[in-house]
Write a protein that binds this ligand. Structure first.
Ligand SMILES: NC(=O)c1ccc[n+]([C@@H]2O[C@H](COP(=O)([O-])OP(=O)(O)OC[C@H]3O[C@@H](n4cnc5c(N)ncnc54)[C@H](O)[C@@H]3O)[C@@H](O)[C@H]2O)c1
Length: 354
């Protein structure tokens, strides 16, 4: 599968999509890369503007729910591989307006795989999230590809709906080569400054405190975005399609689904401490605890054994090193997040009156 691919990357102006576009453009300079995004308030064309200027990618502004436009782009660029990152991803915002999440994350997922079906794309990767598994019960040590989809927030329920639709295509159109990934929480450069780490650094640099939801003890499974890119790269270049039989109807781990994690569980409180240490700031002075968002998941952890054993995936970024570099990146790229803040409303959500 190391032919010169004509690769469509959707959500390419967002956090992970931009990192992945950069990763692929550097690693496979002979690929044709079409970077697509609808430039929602969370998409930032600047994240990949240098690649575009250098002619390493072609940018297309389009919405994945606009099936006609998407079909035209597949035809125009003769797309043969797809990685669909495009989604409404901001959990907090989904509570304020679930409808746009249902449209992008469920309908959008289906429409992308449908266009890939019509155009006989060689491999279609649908990027999903650990959050489709919902809350991790006390008796559940971790989630795996076998775990039931049990999403409980409007964001993750919309993603889970998208997963089910894509799974239905896997099972129904057996000639298609479709994969789904569920990744743990990503951190790294280019993350929209509404999310915990960039929000904390940008707040501190403006003399504002880190606002931790609830008691700050929500546990998350953290992976550096470059390791997520490595995992998707492995899936994109798997030499053979994953074949599956009837047993996949009752055991989702037999389907081409890969859960991605670095087995690295950290509380939000610990994240805040690492950031403050890196910035030489005192915890008591610079942290405040604020009202938690409604229905906030407490914990989720993924067991990535399948991708480790079947594809040899191994994260290479040490967490403390990766965090240090990430904090430094936001400190050094003040203009990048200041530009976003100047066109966005206050990014700190206030759930106290809800
Ligand atoms: N951030 C994480 O920790 C994480 C973890 C696991 C999985 N994921 C998944 O990875 C993907 C990317 O997440 P992210 O954190 O980079 O989010 P992001 O919000 O930074 O990026 C998403 C991008 O998709 C674009 N987009 C949204 N709706 C679109 C539409 N209808 N048509 C075209 N483009 C659209 C946005 O403009 C944005 O650029 C999502 O599918 C998300 O569910 C994220």
């Amino acid at each position: 599968m190391n032919d010169k691919k004509k690769l469509l990357i959707t959500g390419a102006a967002g956090f992970i999509g931009a990192n992945f576009t950069r990763f692929i453009a550097n690693k496979y300079p002979d690929y044709t890369i079409i970077a697509l995004d609808n430039l929602s308030p969370y998409g930032n064309r600047e994240n990949i503007a240098d690649l575009e200027a250098a002619g390493k990618i072609v940018f297309e502004k389009a919405d994945i729910t606009d099936i006609q436009k998407i079909s035209e782009l597949y035809a125009k660029h003769q797309i043969d591989h797809v990685v669909n990152f495009a989604a409404e991803s901001h959990n907090d915002r989904a509570i304020l307006d679930p409808s746009i999440f249902a449209k992008a994350n469920a309908l959008g997922a289906q429409q992308m795989v449908e266009v890939s079906r019509q155009f006989k794309v060689k491999r279609h990767i649908h990027v999903s999230t650990i959050e489709v598994y919902g809350e991790q019960g006390k008796d559940v040590p971790y989630f795996t590809e076998k775990s039931p989809l049990n999403a409980k927030t409007p964001y993750s329920a919309a993603k889970a709906a998208g997963d089910l639709l894509v799974r239905a295509y896997m099972q129904t159109y057996r000639d298609m080569d479709i994969c789904i990934t569920h990744c743990a929480n990503n951190y790294g450069p280019y993350q929209f400054p509404e999310k915990l780490i960039p929000l904390a650094v940008s707040n501190l640099m403006q003399g504002k405190k880190i606002a931790l939801y609830g008691d700050g003890m929500q546990r998350r499974d953290w992976l550096h975005v470059s390791d997520h890119c490595r995992a998707i790269d492995l899936i994109l270049h798997m030499p053979k399609k994953v074949e599956f039989g009837e047993e996949a109807a009752t055991d989702a781990s037999k389907l081409p689904i890969f859960d991605i994690s670095a087995r690295n569980e950290v509380t939000n409180l610990e994240i805040a401490k690492i950031i403050l240490d890196e910035m030489n700031l005192d915890f008591d002075q610079w942290v405040e605890f604020v009202a938690d968002r409604p229905n906030h998941d407490r914990q989720y952890l993924i067991n990535p054994e399948k991708i480790e054993t079947q594809l040899g995936f191994k994260p290479v970024t040490n967490f403390n090193e990766g965090m240090r570099e990430t904090v430094q990146w936001y400190m050094e790229n003040r203009k990048w997040w200041e530009d976003i803040l100047s066109r966005s409303k206050d990014l700190q959500m206030d759930w106290s009156g809800k």
